[in-house]
Design a protein around this ligand. Structure first.
Ligand SMILES: [Zn+2]
Length: 390
């Protein structure tokens, strides 16, 4: 994208005054606080509207008509230049083909942020063979993700059709109940590297611990959470292991795939720290299926981790053993059989259906094969600590 930064639509409040403005900010970023939840519910939206893109010139702020003139909040466009920064000074939004970013005051994003997000969503669709905006999903209005902080819902009544609402939020006290997460109706991201320096320096526990934020955007978190939303929209529930496994696996694959052509994603790839969570029991050919069906359901959300690493290695094994279309095949079967699984109401017979689906697709010995592969490669063999992963 060759557009230069920001620009915004200025719609006016009933009071007639404009509420939002864009500011160029010195290059400086932060990092992610993301602990995430994958609860499931639904919603999203319905009406399609056309977005007027503005051809703004460098460092100018151009007012364009806000296509959603029911709110006073400005529409942001970016110029694609990483070194340029946009800082939100009020609620504002950025609209792309498949998502709308909803931002609040003190969010800072680089000029190539939307380009990278476009590429990420396209690559997740490509890898999984799924649409980010499937026709079969029931869309509702944009979810209310921010009124708990502000006492108002700035996006009330917003309808963005089948686009994914992605909320970029800040934790103003280092203790708010906000964290990154996703549902089928929206994605929420709380990432320290997207907080403004003013906000960061105003909270001692942030300011005094600069290592808490990366100096580049943690695109992994975006891939992970958006993957959840896309799979949920296409066929609903997955087990904890399959849901987190595919999100974690995509987090690696998509970043690796896009790094060559996307400098900021390459920078993240260079700086990221890959690790594996410890697991309570070493995985082998005898227990791999039992563990899969057990889905680590006895482990509390606060102590989650094993499902992420077991699931990611399982996806890696399936990919290496059965080829690039392994997930397409899994999807097709899920679409047809539609198992209904709720991780907060674990039922062994429901979890076992996912094991049966994998066996139908990839052979009765899929889990014994996976267990042997784990032992041979020394994956899922560590019971303590967090250690470097692949
Ligand atoms: Zn997750």
């Amino acid at each position: 994208m060759k557009k230069k930064i920001l620009v915004l639509t200025l719609a006016l409040l009933i009071t007639g005054s404009s509420l939002c403005s864009c500011t160029q900010v010195p290059d400086k970023t932060s990092e992610s606080s993301a602990s995430e939840t994958t609860t499931v519910t639904s919603e999203t939206s319905a009406t399609k509207e056309t977005v007027t893109e503005t051809t703004a010139t460098s460092e100018t702020t151009t007012a364009v008509p806000n296509p959603r003139d029911t709110t006073p909040y400005e529409q942001v466009t970016l110029d694609g230049v990483k070194e340029h920064k946009f800082q939100a000074t009020d609620f504002c939004f950025l609209e792309s083909e498949k998502y709308v970013l909803f931002m609040e005051k003190d969010i800072v994003i680089p000029g190539d942020f939307a380009v990278n997000l476009d590429a990420i969503i396209g690559e997740i669709e490509n890898q999984l063979g799924l649409s980010a905006c499937p026709e079969t999903f029931h869309y509702t209005e944009v979810s209310d993700c921010v009124s708990s902080h502000y006492g108002i819902n700035p996006w009330e009544g917003w309808d963005i059709g089948s686009k994914i609402p992605i909320f970029l939020e800040v934790d103003r006290t280092d203790g708010d109940q906000v964290s990154s997460g996703s549902m089928d109706g929206f994605v929420e991201i709380v990432a320290f590297e997207l907080f403004s320096d003013e906000l960061w320096n105003s909270v001692p526990s942030y300011r005094d611990n600069p290592d808490r934020r990366m100096d580049c955007v943690d695109y992994f978190t975006f891939v992970h959470e958006i993957t959840h939303t896309i799979t949920l929209r296409n066929y609903g529930y997955l087990t904890k292991i399959t849901a987190e496994g595919i999100a974690e696996y995509m987090g690696r694959k998509v970043i690796d795939k896009l790094a060559d052509d996307h400098p900021s994603i390459a920078e993240y790839k260079e700086k990221r720290y890959l690790f594996d969570y410890a697991i309570p029991q070493k995985v082998n050919s005898k227990n791999a299926e039992k563990i899969f069906i057990g889905d680590y359901h006895e482990i509390s959300h606060a102590n989650r981790g094993p499902e992420y690493v077991y699931g990611r290695y399982l996806m890696q094994y399936l990919h290496e053993t059965f080829g690039d279309d392994f997930y397409y095949r899994f999807n097709e079967k899920l679409r047809i059989e539609r198992p209904h699984y709720k991780s907060n109401d674990y039922k062994e017979e429901e979890a076992a259906k996912y094991a049966e689906i994998l066996k139908d697709l990839f052979g009765e010995d899929i889990f014994t094969g996976f267990g042997k592969w784990c032992v041979k490669k020394h994956h899922l063999q560590e019971k303590n600590g967090v250690f470097p992963g692949i």
